[in-house]
Design a protein around this ligand. Structure first.
Ligand code: R5P
Length: 288
């Protein structure tokens, strides 16, 4: 078994390696003058089971291309099996056509990863479960929720209501609520008018006087979850926690999340969270 990391989240890969009691394999990574990526695996991997850790997070296109080149390099080096470990799967939100003449990028990326030569994929909290079926190779789908749930359970919060920030996230929130001692569920009915602009309409369920735990797969610009939290406060929630596996944190997420509406924002390290993305009240848990 050999483990290699792309450049997207080396600290996470190092943690995984430590957990497994092994070192990350040597890999040369550089850019040509025109921006093209060069990768060379610097040890023999002939006949090996190779695991490549690379979330396709920001800059998404560079990290995706790097992953494809890593897979291709391993396949051409006669690895027995290449597993792409993708803690965050970018381009996942376009998982169907919502208007004419659009691309389904989640499927396109699955095709690219398979065509590059991956034999298996390990992905975490895919934006939608059906993306598993976009691959004709085995895909293990794992979740960040166990680490978030352990953390929340240890806090012994009382009178919790788990809230899905949109109708699409109900199954995720319901599973979460079940593990939080069968907490009740509320749903925010949201209408989105444009990409990255969330418009919150109303809350289905009772949140007054309760500790609301908003659960989403990702926080990108923070619009969805912050608008949701404001609405929950308006409806009488006593405090609001935000939980998400993927901290995408595109601007102006930090401003929004640190505006005081949240008691705490709890995310995981599927992608690196640099110093400028950290703020008081942010907790980053490890999924290593
Ligand atoms: C939407 O379907 C997703 O689950 C997230 O709610 C969304 O992508 C978050 O984006 P933002 O933080 O920009 O509102």
């Amino acid at each position: 078994l050999r483990l290699f990391s792309g450049s997207a989240n080396i600290p996470l890969a190092q943690e995984v390696a430590r957990y497994l009691g092994m070192d990350l394999g040597p890999m040369l990574y550089k850019h040509f003058a025109d921006g093209e990526i060069y990768i060379q695996i610097q040890e023999s991997i002939r006949g090996c089971d190779v695991y490549l850790i690379q979330p396709t997070c920001r800059p998404v296109n560079d990290h995706l291309m790097e992953l494809l080149i890593m897979i291709d390099a391993c396949r051409r080096a006669s690895a027995r099996q290449v597993t792409a470990v993708i803690p965050y799967y970018g381009y996942a939100r376009a998982d169907r056509k919502t208007a004419g003449r659009e691309s389904i990028t989640a499927k396109l990326v699955a095709n690219l990863i398979t065509e590059a030569g991956a034999n298996r994929v390990l992905a975490m909290d895919l934006h939608s479960g059906q993306i598993q079926g976009y691959f004709d190779i085995p895909l293990d789908h794992v979740y960040g929720s166990p680490v978030i749930l352990d953390y929340l359970l240890a806090k012994q919060l009382s009178d919790i209501v788990v809230v899905s920030p949109d109708v699409g996230g109900v199954a995720r929130a319901r599973a979460f609520a079940k593990k939080l001692n069968d907490a009740p569920l509320a749903i925010i009915d949201k209408r989105r008018q444009a990409h990255n602009v969330a418009e919150v309409m109303n809350v289905i369920g009772d949140v007054a006087g309760k500790t609301a735990v908003l659960v989403d797969d990702m926080i990108d610009t923070g619009g969805t979850i912050t608008e949701g939290a404001r609405l929950l406060r308006k409806e009488g929630a006593s405090q609001v926690y935000a939980c998400a596996t993927h901290a995408v944190f595109s601007p102006p997420a930090v401003e929004r999340l640190s505006s005081g509406v949240f008691e705490e924002v709890i995310v995981t390290n599927t992608m690196p969270i640099t110093e400028e993305l950290r703020f008081p009240g942010l907790t980053v848990l490890s999924v290593a």
